[in-house]
Design a binder for this molecule. Structure first.
Ligand SMILES: Cc1ncc(COP(=O)(O)O)c(C=O)c1O
Length: 454
């Protein structure tokens, strides 16, 4: 594969592998597959560029799975976090950082969703959203969707696909229905002729399986782990009306999509639907572990969620977290990054779309803003998902050529920073196109190894 002049891995990864091996003497197993495959060790990170210990540079479109919204080491956040570190770090009393965050969020949060409670992990926020839905409705059942990802704690795991094997029993009260994944429609229908058969089916699942205690429908506006699957317009609105029919809440999990990633401040705003609860995280803190539950004041004022100490957590709303949110949102607004994500995302998607024709492995290319998915299939006719070995082979080929991506099942996922330099974005697209177009289909590639670094 022809290498671009600056990006990519060259030479044996000596220092990197020595470092990785020493870490593994203490670190437990089960890190993300892409980390285990690549054994990449970051020496320095700036914007969308990662340098490893052997002096290689790659374009980071993995972006910590959507966390790296404003670029690594963005100067404004470096300065703000450094100053905050010197001021106060531990405790959730009132602080200048929290007041500053409040002022910024007052403008950024959607109308009618003007209260936030902060946490430090995605699954933790999702669990808090479930507790809030139970508090509001006095009910306890939940409907979620095939292919969804909401975390790995007990309640969130019961809504998460592909991570539950051998971890049963899962808690009761959780039902699931097919997502509006048109590339893999289980009803073999086409939008719009289908009339949202998947939503009708979801309604039927509740009718047949519920004990009459549906508290919430939990849905991602774009399914991240399944490869940034974008449902057709009107899907969230249709689900909102199902939630209404059962007197349940609509929880939109924007962990991956919130804070500009899809070209709107929040992805549900593409539709004008009004969710009751929104969960957020990842891109809102630019790398600092901060997540949140957003709702109206009225929704959040429901006991027991609203009782003293009931919705708090050890690290929730610590000063560093508040400063991270305040600064990240300020940078997103100052630099017009929501609009940029929409425009650049459209350009990148248009440039990558031909892969569905020209690359033997690529079945579908889709996305919203700067959340782009490339689904790998055994053949374009059957659409059978490729094996993990083939995903790994594609991932390693891209890394060696200079682009680090995220994976999810049989898909490659791209999450560049919202402020990625345009030249770098186009270089990344060129590398991805060249590399994937040059990879053989699974049958021809079966004998090939997974890449030279393992
Ligand atoms: C939509 C969504 N919800 C929840 C989570 C869980 O977040 P965490 O891994 O921080 O627990 C994720 C993580 O990727 C996610 O994408």
């Amino acid at each position: 594969m022809a290498r671009s002049p600056r990006w990519g891995l060259s030479g044996p990864p000596q220092e990197t592998h020595r470092h990785w091996a020493e870490e593994q003497e203490v670190i437990g197993p089960g890190l993300q597959a892409v980390m285990l495959w690549s054994r990449f060790v970051v020496a320095e990170a700036h914007g969308a560029v990662l340098s490893d210990l052997d002096g290689n540079e790659v374009l980071d479109l993995q972006g910590a799975g959507g966390v790296n919204s404003i670029g690594h080491a963005e100067p404004t956040i470096v300065a703000a976090m450094t100053a905050q570190l010197r001021t106060w770090t531990a405790g959730a009393f009132g602080s200048q950082a929290r007041l500053d965050m409040t002022r910024v969020l007052r403008d950024f949060l959607p109308d009618g969703l003007d209260r936030i409670q902060l946490y430090s992990g995605g699954a933790e926020a999702v669990e808090a959203a479930l507790r809030l839905a139970k508090s509001v409705t006095g009910k306890y059942e939940v409907l979620s969707f095939w292919g969804g990802f909401h975390g790995k704690t007990l309640g969130s795991l019961a809504m998460t696909a592909g991570a539950r094997k051998d971890l049963g029993p899962l808690p009761g009260g959780f039902m699931s229905a097919p997502y509006a994944n048109c590339y893999r429609c289980p009803f073999k229908l086409r939008y719009p002729g289908c009339g949202f058969a998947c939503v009708d089916h979801a309604r039927e699942v509740v009718k047949q399986q519920s004990t009459g205690a549906l508290a919430a429908i939990v849905v991602e506006p774009v399914q991240g782990r399944s490869g940034n699957v974008v449902p057709p317009p009107g899907y969230l609105t249709a689900l909102a009306s199902v939630a209404d029919e059962f007197d349940a809440l609509l929880i939109v999990d924007e962990m991956m999509t919130g804070f500009g990633r899809t070209g709107a401040p929040f992805a549900f705003q593409h539709e004008g639907v009004e969710p009751d609860i929104v969960t957020v995280g990842k891109g809102m803190g630019a790398g600092y572990p901060v997540t949140g539950v957003i709702a109206s004041a009225e929704t959040m004022d429901s006991a027991p969620f609203s009782d003293p100490s009931a919705s708090s957590s050890s690290f929730g709303a610590f000063p560093m977290a508040c400063r991270a949110v305040e600064t990240t949102v300020s940078v997103i607004e100052r630099d017009g990054l929501v609009e940029r994500a929409e425009r650049l995302g459209k350009d990148m998607l248009a440039a990558l779309a031909p892969l569905a024709e020209e690359a033997p492995l690529v079945g579908d290319v889709r996305g919203a803003g700067l959340a782009i998915g490339i689904e790998l299939v055994e053949d374009k006719e059957s659409r059978r998902p490729v094996s993990t070995a083939v995903v790994r082979q594609a991932f390693m080929a891209l890394l060696e050529a200079g682009v680090l991506v995220m994976t999810g099942g049989n898909a490659l996922r791209l999450y560049p920073p919202l402020n990625i330099d345009e030249t770098q974005a186009h270089e990344a697209v060129d590398i991805i196109r060249r590399t994937l177009a040059g990879l053989p289909g699974p049958a021809a590639g079966a004998e090939q190894t997974a890449g030279g670094r393992l």
